[in-house]
Design a protein around this ligand. Sequence first.
Ligand SMILES: Cc1ncc(COP(=O)(O)O)c(C=O)c1O
Length: 406
Amino acid sequence: MVADKPVFQEKRCNNFSFPTWPQYDEAEEKILMEVLHSGVWWKTPGEQVYAFEREFAQFIGVDYAIGVTNGTAALEVAVSALGIRPGDEVIVPDFTFVATASAVLSVGAMPIFVDVNPDTYCINAEEIQKAVTSRTKAVIVVHLGGHPVDLDAILDLCRSHHLYLIEDCSHAHGSEWRGKKVGGFGDFGTFSFQQGKLLTAGEGGAIVTNNADLELKARSIHDCGRLPDQWFYSHFNYGSNYRMTEWQGAILRKQLERLPDQGRIRNRNAAYLDRELEKIKGITPQWSDPNCTHNGHYAYIFHYDSEKFSSLPLTQFVMKLEEAGIPIQASYPPLHELDLFQNGIYRSRITTDQDYQFLMEKDYPHTVKGARETIWFPQNVLLAEEYILDQMVHVMRETLNKEVCA
Ligand SMILES: Cc1ncc(COP(=O)(O)O)c(C=O)c1O
């Protein structure tokens, strides 16, 4: 049954009410019912995924988009379409979700971790430069929290070393560098549409590119190695089934219509939080590069100076914010600390006898700082009314004053 009014509930937590996520109304309900009644629930003869692919490509400003099952699959298909294989190395940030690195292992290549910038927490171009070897084939960057990496420096570096660039844009739907949307700078851009993401179908992903050859390869790999306009049971490449469903395509089309307005609200509120939190000594919001002309803001990230607040360790401050009803999103642990890498299981995916133990023992000071000393507000916090943000800042100040000055 179709509900008779929009469903933008407010979630009330103590004194705070934050918009719920995901947001939807009759538009999503109507299009899902259309898919239901059409009887076409998969992509192959359907319309919704193809329409979403065209609309998303147009939104990002690229020639091609391919809808896939999730953001991990998007990375796996991209890495595979670039021909990355056992013996190759791919440089990735140490500070990211595991999929950025596990996608590299999925083709038997080795992810090489490098440290991030101390202020944006995005991969550091000089560290990439130092990590390039004769085996390096590609770099995967992550626009962390929605803030673009330094695309000028990284594109230069990739060109001069003949490396492929994949932009993992799972946090950065609509983020811009010098007025151009991220995703279209590299050979591939990949997106996640998982539940908490800025554009969501619960699960889902997309690959974008401007390169027709790469598009054809990725499209084939995501569809069991088929090629367009060929017999259904002919398979030309090694691929798998990474196809998005019509349900996902349909709901994403409606979510995409909401994204620009939501993005403007998040940006306005993030700027407000920046101004207010910068006044608190010991709290430093993620730095915004002037070339970042729009930050999608998958999260609002700030550094908490544990030395300055030595009587209130970060974990206790977080607990107090949560008790007050302010939602907090966990930061990532450094990749090199994950069991997958520490216990050596990753070796079962690579054929080279090259010893990569040094990666697990290397220092990644800025990633460690990001992992242990930053606090992340999830993106729906940035959709709240300004007076709610005002109250949040007030609670933060009160908590810090009470504990630190006690
Ligand atoms: C940076 C990053 N890369 C990749 C992924 C993987 O996306 P998914 O969860 O849709 O597979 C995520 C999602 O959590 C992510 O945050």
